[in-house]
Design a protein around this ligand. Structure first.
Ligand code: ZN
Length: 151
């Protein structure tokens, strides 16, 4: 974990460099034991065919206590998807089975773990407001951000 922590700032430095333009189609979002994402706004470039989100849990708590995932929906669907996810339970990553409102999601992870999800950018429409959030019960109110497709 010490190595991973040391690498995260370096990865962000690389992502912000135009030399590594290919990395415009992926992003690392870090979560922690304080129920926070370090990212509040994601802008996806239409030139990307696929977009990958790498989710890192930099905390120490297990996933049944402070689990996090990264879920993408239309902003208008977020609240209902989060509510339906509670009943689905941890074994289903707090996502209702076959929920068509869910555009992408990662499994729930605990402290020290990481995961990722890749989705086709064709799922996104310009001008639509999307939300990303954690569907662990009680988390979405704080653990959320905005995602848009750049014009
Ligand atoms: Zn969470």
């Amino acid at each position: 974990m010490k190595i991973r922590h040391a690498l995260v700032p370096a990865v962000f430095a690389l992502l912000s460099s135009s030399v590594f333009a290919a990395d415009e189609c992926s992003l690392t979002v870090t979560s922690n034991d304080a129920m926070q994402f370090d990212t509040k706004v994601i802008t996806v470039k239409p030139s990307c065919e696929q977009f990958t989100v790498n989710l890192v849990h930099a905390g120490k708590l297990p996933k049944n206590v402070m689990g996090h995932n990264w879920v993408l929906t239309a902003q208008s669907d977020m609240r209902a998807v989060a509510a339906d996810g509670i009943a689905a339970g941890l074994n289903n990553n707090y996502i209702k089975a076959d929920d068509a409102r869910v555009l992408a999601f990662t499994p729930i992870i605990g402290g020290g773990e990481s995961t990722s999800v890749t989705f086709p950018v064709s799922k996104l429409a310009a001008g639509t407001a999307y939300s990303f959030f954690c569907s662990f019960p009680g988390h979405f109110a704080i653990m959320q951000g905005a995602l848009t497709l750049a014009p």
